[in-house]
Design a binder for this molecule. Structure first.
Ligand code: PMV
Ligand code: MG
Length: 361
């Protein structure tokens, strides 16, 4: 039996701007996993996933018609990852066969509520990795990223794929997304193998070393948020508020690049300063678009962290889910943990996950 895992992620900085080509984000992989097992079957295969089986399929109405929103349901990411990996295997003249594929996830809380650690990215990466082993494809880390990214874009086309990069590479990364329009065009003229072989303009995934004194704390608000809905909402006012949106993109890029410099120079204070700056920029984005990113619970989480010398902000799309705090290792964290618990913020006892690198980048 084949068993592989892929970690969840948390955005540290650069959210929303990173959806646009060439604007960086810092993302980290955390030690909660999606695990996929594959076992050879005969004549008929199966796909099973306990966590996702009782998940409702959301729908909305467009011009009076009922339209399914499959973007929040990890099952579709599994299917899409299978399809693309098998298409690649076929291109390599590998004989396709039957298997039973099982998915288990630690990225959802026990009562089915999501922590916002990124099931869709991790599930796609774990599925591609499992089939990579099953069909002995020998894919590199970057090729796994590209197949998982293509699989996710087929289900949800408004994300940056930063979650996939974090899940593939592990640790802390600086990430900028590829030109999505360019990729769409290439998809209609190239095979998967060809798409894996060419450089994707704009794509950059750079592992970051962390200063020894840096400590990451994570607080959970307990309320789930829909990333794809929030990104849709921000994009709706993108045209109308063009100048302000452009300014946000530019300032976010300067801020995240400064933060990356902080990582390279072992400068925790600079990283903290840029966390605070990025929080401010996201607040401005909220004002520009009318989309609530830092909810009252996230606001409480951040303000308490700041009271105890932490630099804090919402993580990812916001609207709920988690907030992150960067503290200096030397400052005690227990007072903040108590303050959070009193304020009904759940500290998540997660660690950064570093994986052993298989093959070349
Ligand atoms: O809420 P999360 O952790 O899924 O993060 C979303 C981050 C965005 O930049 C808003 C979207 C994206 O795909 O990068
Ligand atoms: Mg989120």
């Amino acid at each position: 039996m084949i068993e592989v895992s892929a970690p969840g992620k948390l955005y540290i900085a650069g959210e929303y701007a990173v959806v646009e080509t060439g604007h960086p984000a810092v993302i980290v992989a955390v030690d909660q996993f999606v695990t996929v097992t594959v076992e050879t079957a005969r004549k008929v295969g199966s796909i099973q996933s306990a966590q996702y089986s009782d998940m409702p399929v959301r729908w909305t109405r467009r011009n009076g018609e009922l339209v399914l929103d499959i973007r929040e349901n990890p099952f579709h990411y599994i299917l899409s990852a299978i399809r693309l990996t098998e298409r690649y295997a076929q291109e390599k003249n590998i004989l396709l066969s039957f298997y039973d594929l099982k998915v288990t996830s630690e990225l959802d809380s026990s009562n089915g509520r999501k922590y916002g650690l990124g099931s869709s990215g991790a599930v796609a990466v774990a599925t591609v990795r499992a089939l990579d082993q099953f069909y002995a494809l020998n894919l590199t880390q970057l090729e796994i990223f590209k197949i998982a990214a293509l699989a996710n874009l087929a289900v949800q086309d408004n994300g940056s794929c930063g979650d996939i990069a974090a899940s593939c590479y592990g640790g802390w990364i600086a990430f900028s997304t590829f030109d999505h329009q360019w990729l769409k065009k290439q998809q209609s003229i190239h095979t998967i193998s060809e798409l894996l072989a060419i450089d994707w303009p704009g794509l950059s995934i750079e592992p970051l070393q962390t200063p020894e004194d840096l400590r990451l704390l994570i607080g959970w608000t307990g309320s789930p948020a829909s990333t794809s809905d929030l990104v849709d909402q921000v994009h709706r006012s993108r045209e109308e508020k063009r100048t302000a949106y452009q300014k946000f993109l530019e300032e976010s890029t300067i801020c995240v690049n400064e933060m990356i410099k902080g990582f390279k120079e072992n400068n925790v204070a600079l990283i903290q300063q840029m966390i605070r700056k990025n929080r401010q920029l996201l607040r401005e984005l909220s004002t520009i678009t009318g989309v609530l990113i830092e909810t009252p619970a996230l606001n409480k989480l951040c303000n308490l962290a700041e009271k105890y010398e932490g630099a804090a902000k919402s993580s990812g799309a916001g609207g709920g889910d988690c907030g992150i705090v960067i503290v200096d290792q030397k400052s005690g964290i227990l007072p903040l943990m108590s303050a959070w618990e009193y304020a009904e913020i759940t500290p998540l006892p997660l660690h950064v996950y570093h994986q052993q690198r298989k093959g070349p980048l």
